[in-house]
Design a protein around this ligand. Structure first.
Ligand SMILES: Nc1ncnc2c1ncn2[C@@H]1O[C@H](COP(=O)(O)OP(=O)(O)O)[C@@H](O)[C@H]1O
Ligand SMILES: [Mg+2]
Length: 232
């Protein structure tokens, strides 16, 4: 699949360029690449948030973009949890309501309060149920976003730079949490990051460069592969 963006004056950005990728059930896939290499675009393609310019995305044997809108939304809502690079919590809602939000679509699910509390326990925020996003640190906001991504019991969790903007200790906590989730409720995780040190957590590791991916062994990754990496 490919995703090309047309800019003005006939310029085309090949954000994802003819990538062919199969993700098996049970994997913890980590893709590393510098800023601008196409990680967010690829993750959005995998999650069905972006329509490919060409190619197909198959989820459980179904070609996502050939399904009707309702069926597409159902797959996104039921199978896929997405942790965005920026937590994008609703600032006017408290933690409970933010985490509960995905249970409103496509069919309203009742009595999720207890599940929300359990997830907040899992991510270590049981004392923040009533807090508002502005009262939380970035790391805590990311963990709320993680709880929100898990509330519909997804089979696949897609995480876009879940550790960016975190200090080393908090980064480690976030990776332990992802590992715990992978061994627990979520079968498959795809995480993208610009941080080479995190590759070791993956059961499969890919390097992304200018819209292309290649499989690598995490121990073969060298810091020189990602020279000039900005911190975003
Ligand atoms: N909506 C868009 N319109 C135009 N260009 C885009 C858009 N989104 C991403 N790009 C470009 O596609 C490339 C890959 O971006 P992105 O997937 O965000 O990379 P990463 O997440 O690795 O930083 C970059 O050159 C970026 O500028
Ligand atoms: Mg990105």
């Amino acid at each position: 699949m490919s995703k090309y963006y047309k800019l003005g004056a006939g310029t085309i950005v090949k954000a994802v360029d003819k990538v062919s990728l199969e993700i098996a059930d049970g994997e913890f896939v980590i893709m590393v690449g510098r800023s601008g290499s196409g990680k967010t675009t690829l993750l959005s393609l995998i999650g069905g948030l972006t329509k490919p310019t060409s190619g197909t995305i198959m989820i459980d044997g179904k070609d996502l973009w050939s399904l009707d809108d309702r069926e597409q939304s159902r797959i996104r809502a039921e199978k896929i949890g997405f942790i965005f690079q920026i937590p994008s919590l609703i600032t006017t809602m408290n933690v409970m309501d933010n985490v509960r939000l995905p249970t409103m679509f496509p069919n309203h699910r009742e009595n999720v309060g207890r599940e929300v509390v359990q997830l907040l326990e899992l991510v270590g925020l049981s004392d923040k149920v009533g807090a508002h996003p502005s009262q939380l640190s970035v790391g805590q906001q990311k963990r709320v976003a993680m709880a929100r991504a898990l509330i519909n019991h997804p089979e696949i969790l897609l995480a876009d730079e879940p550790t960016s903007d975190l200090d080393k200790a908090t980064e480690g906590e976030m990776m332990s949490l992802l590992r715990k989730i992978h061994h627990g409720s979520v079968r498959t995780i795809v995480m993208v990051t610009h941080n080479l040190d995190l590759a070791k957590f993956g059961t499969k590791v890919y390097r992304m460069t200018n819209g292309l991916i290649e499989r690598v062994e995490s121990e073969d990754l060298r810091s020189t592969d990602l020279i000039g990496e900005p911190t975003t």
